[in-house]
Design a protein around this ligand. Sequence first.
Ligand code: GCO
Length: 252
Amino acid sequence: MELFNLSNRRILVTGSNAGLGFAIARGLALHGATVILNGRNPEKLRSAANLLRKEGLAVEEARFDVTNEAEISTATRELLSGGPIDVLINNAGIQRRVRLDEISLATWSEVIETNLTSAMLVSREVVKGMIARQQGKVINICSVMSDFARTTTGPYTAAKGGLKMLTKMMCADWAQFNIQINSIGPGYFITEMTQVLADNPEFDAWVKQRTPAKRWGVPAELVGAAVFLSSDASSFVNGQMLYVDGGMTAVL
Ligand code: GCO
């Protein structure tokens, strides 16, 4: 039990007022952690936090834009004045579906900044406290698209591939401080972001055929991997990707 104990862990999950981030944060809180929800929109953030409060869970709020260096630094300073951040989960991400020959630089940059650069910026600030305490964990939410491309997802695929390598890079720089940095690679899950795909009969059929488990994932199914990578159970696991994809990356 102690191996997986999260009761003394304060965990910041970026992009967590909806989707996979919210499901992960809720699951970690149900396992005893104090979770810090993050988002850009104060109303959405408050109502997500209130949902968890209604369940009696320990939750804090940190409103900041993960692409804004100044906001990250102010928010991190405030959070650290309330105690250490034991685990950082870089989850924030967006999708813009457009074929590469039609993409604007603005769209490309928006996705790369939100899905990749943000993980570097937020980690850089939060890890300072972890280095000082010689203890910490970073989890980057990647994707099966860290390894495989799908038409119309250029910047997303490039960012998720980059995030997988950034995980190894963080391990190279920070493992020496007793910080474990790993990734979770979700397959296809139904969330606000992918609902449009699930509603398309052809795409839905493709996911079910392409995934050995023959179904979409349910967001709460990411919690087990997040508990493992947030806890002492993973104290010598570093720089790795744990796919939670119903077997998608195991087969052609
Ligand atoms: C899309 C996507 C993703 C996938 C995910 C699989 O929204 O277009 O392909 O969000 O669900 O990358 O991990």
